[in-house]
Write a protein that binds this ligand. Structure first.
Ligand code: MN
Length: 240
């Protein structure tokens, strides 16, 4: 999936088309502007690109169902509420990452929407293994080997205190591993380490607790069996 395709999957739908009451001849210019703003696009929960049970036994169906249908859906709904009627309405999700530092609701819910949209898209049924081609070469160049990358990423995921995400990013044309707290991500103005995420792992307890309880390292190990490296490679290509 290329970058445009990923962003398309994030989902912006037009709700234009509300009926116009032409009888209101006294309507002020400001009201007209307001009505046109109310036809702005809204963010939408993307469909999971596979069945809830597709990632079993590594990630169980019940966790996927709640994670996508409740948690991710909640971020989308709250993001729409947060931007509605403000000058942020109609901005792209990526543009909103630039105002995260000054808007807590956008930071938490816009981040939540972006992060989960990436997360679903870089996993799949019968995936895992190791990357090939340019991405494999870049990983070897940046980290020494795929195994060293895996150790670094897994350690980052395991030691991120509390809730957050582990990332493989492209920064200044190079690969790097980092992590962020809560629903922050490396695109945000507030990120300590900035870059474009091409792979992300959700290490919130809601992502693994039903199956793994407190054993986050086991969940991280299992995640490597469902990574869609072709999707990550496409993200890598787009991020350069
Ligand atoms: Mn999550």
């Amino acid at each position: 999936m290329d970058r445009r395709k990923f962003l398309g999957s994030v989902g912006i739908i037009s709700i234009a088309g509300a009926a116009t009451n032409i009888a209101k001849v006294s309507e002020t210019i400001s009201n007209k502007i307001k009505r046109s703003e109310n036809t702005m696009a809204k963010f939408e929960l993307p469909n999971l690109p596979y069945e809830f049970n597709a990632l079993e036994p590594y990630i169980d169906a019940r966790t996927m169902e709640i994670h996508h249908g409740k948690h991710h859906a909640g971020y989308v709904a709250k993001l729409n509420v947060a931007v509605e009627g403000t000058d942020l309405e109609g901005k792209s999700l990526e543009d909103l990452m630039n105002v995260a530092g000054s808007n807590t609701a956008v930071r938490n819910n816009g981040g939540g929407h972006w992060n989960h949209s990436l997360f679903w898209s870089i996993m799949g049924k019968g995936k895992g293994g190791a990357p090939e081609g340019d991405l494999a070469a870049a990983i070897n160049s940046a980290f020494g080997s795929f195994d060293k990358f895996k150790d670094l990423f897994s350690n980052e995921a395991a030691t991120r205190f509390g809730s957050g995400w582990a990332w493989l990013i492209v920064a200044d044309g190079k690969l790097a591993v980092t992590s962020t707290p809560n629903q922050d991500n490396p695109l945000m103005d507030v990120a300590d380490v900035k870059g474009t995420p091409i792979l992300g792992l959700d290490v919130w307890e809601h992502a693994y607790y039903l199956n793994y309880q407190n054993r986050r390292p086991d969940y991280v190990e299992a995640f490597f069996n469902v990574i869609d490296w072709n999707a990550v490679a496409e993200n890598y290509k787009s991020a350069q």
